[in-house]
Design a protein around this ligand. Structure first.
Ligand code: PA5
Length: 445
């Protein structure tokens, strides 16, 4: 099995699952038949089968062009418009990808921008890229999001000053809505090569569209295999039997523990390669669940690093959380500890142990300690870390997230709460149209 969910340490009685089977079947039916709430955003459900093959080929061609032209690709986007590609690229390349010589990389260095409002970040990135061959992929579904729009203004100028308008045009790739938004308008006006985010797919569910695929392909990752993983997820996770469907198991496990009063889910990884997958997961579940005063707060820890910071809180703090582990079953390295004559740090007992095997014991020891401390644990076993398995894991989480939203009774495909900060920020920046709110907020500050 490419993905398996182990419930042995979850402390859930089978009857707690069985009680929810009808609700789960209904949630699945609403999702697969696209009849549930938010069904105008369910294009992701069968996208790994139904995607636009012509555009997919164009993505591969653009990725080759980027690889041939550039030392560095700047991916500009925020939230669902960058986390998916960053997660996949971080998972499937060396932790030191950007520092490696070009001969060891399958693509240009990849940098991200427009995912914050930091002048320091932008200034340093522009300075770093001054003497490099640069391409830009600007991604925004709405085409109006402030953070990426601002970063793109800088990078457009940077490219035009460096190469002239005509060559800059050859280096700018736009991913946006097919007909609406300021970015689409600009792309048409400037004749940039453009890729489409389908109307019925929201940002955090868009990894399999050009949003994720172009940067991922540019990094030299096999996007056919990634799509195959998504397709395999579609096939496997519609199987009706709970016992044979790890995605159902994960969705119900979250629901059971939430209803038992747990309000924090901690995603745990044991390899730095998965840190950004956890960031993507946090957005997926955070924006999908958190509505009407409901939802599990999605947190993430990276072990063993965070065992030396947050481990204490998980072990002995308030018991309002549970942990979901992602474990990669196949070793990723054969590096072994070796014998040292002096043995001053007393490590010779680990002579010939693989580092990955030691990490496995750390995971097992921690699992038992946390379970003994009253923290339920569920374990997602990923057979190996490659494009197929990451594609399947992404689909696994997307589907579980959709099911979970329906079980919770919220629309998992909108994010109305995100607008609140934007409105206030615009008012405080004196954006035309927000005058009344500006006065009100300034009085409060
Ligand atoms: O999941 C979502 O819809 C959001 O996180 C968006 O991806 C994010 O806000 C960026 O939006 P846009 O792509 O419109 O710039």
């Amino acid at each position: 099995m490419s993905i398996r969910f182990d419930l042995s340490y979850a402390n859930i009685d089978p009857s707690e699952f069985e009680n929810r089977f009808d609700q789960l079947a209904k949630a699945n039916e609403d999702l697969m038949n696209k009849t549930g709430v938010g069904n105008d955003f369910l294009g992701w459900v069968d996208y790994p089968l139904e995607y636009d093959k012509e555009e997919f080929a164009r993505i591969k061609t653009a990725a080759k062009k980027i690889q041939n032209k550039c030392d560095a690709l700047v991916v500009i986007g925020i939230g669902g418009s960058y986390l998916g590609s960053k997660a996949v690229i971080s998972a499937l390349t060396s932790p030191f990808y950007n520092e490696e010589p070009r001969s060891k990389r399958n693509g240009p260095k990849i940098y991200f921008a427009g995912q914050n409002i930091s002048g320091k970040y932008l200034e340093n990135l522009l300075a770093l890229l001054q003497d490099q061959e640069v391409c830009v992929n600007v991604i925004s579904k709405s085409g109006t999001t402030t953070e990426p729009a601002m970063a793109f203004r800088f990078f457009k100028k940077f490219l035009e000053e460096k190469y002239g308008k005509a060559e800059a045009k050859e280096r700018i790739f736009v991913t946006t809505d097919q007909s609406r938004g300021a970015l689409k308008f600009m792309a048409d006006e400037e004749a940039y090569e453009t890729f489409v985010i389908p109307d019925d797919i929201g940002g955090r569910y868009s990894v399999f569209t050009a949003v994720g695929l172009l940067p991922i392909a540019a990094a030299g990752i096999d996007i056919d295999a990634l799509m195959d993983g998504g397709k395999s997820g579609f096939e496997d996770y519609k199987k009706p039997k709970f016992e044979k469907n790890p995605c159902y198991q994960y969705a119900l496990y979250r629901n059971v523990l939430y209803n038992r009063g747990k309000n924090i889910e901690i995603l745990v990884d044991y390899d730095p390669s998965l840190e950004y997958l956890a960031e993507w997961w946090k957005q997926l579940f955070g924006e999908s669940d958190g509505k009407d005063g409901k939802g599990l707060f999605p947190a993430a820890v990276h072990f063993s690093t965070d065992l030396h910071s947050l481990g204490q809180m998980i072990q002995d703090g308030p018991k309002n959380h549970f942990e979901t582990l992602i474990v990669i079953d196949e070793d990723q390295s054969n590096l072994k500890v070796f014998r040292d004559e002096k043995n001053l740090e007393g490590l010779n007992y680990l002579d010939s142990w693989e580092i990955d095997a030691i990490n496995e014991k750390a995971y097992m020891g921690t699992l038992l300690a946390h379970v003994d401390g009253g923290v339920p644990n569920g374990i997602i076993h990923l057979k190996k870390l490659d494009a197929f398995h990451i594609g399947k894991l992404i689909y696994f989480f997307e589907k579980a997230c959709g099911l979970n939203g329906y079980l919770l009774g919220v629309n998992p495909f909108d994010q109305p709460g995100v607008e609140a900060y934007k409105k206030n920020m615009f008012a405080l920046l004196h954006k035309p149209g927000y005058e009344d709110l500006t006065a009100e907020l300034e009085e409060r500050l």
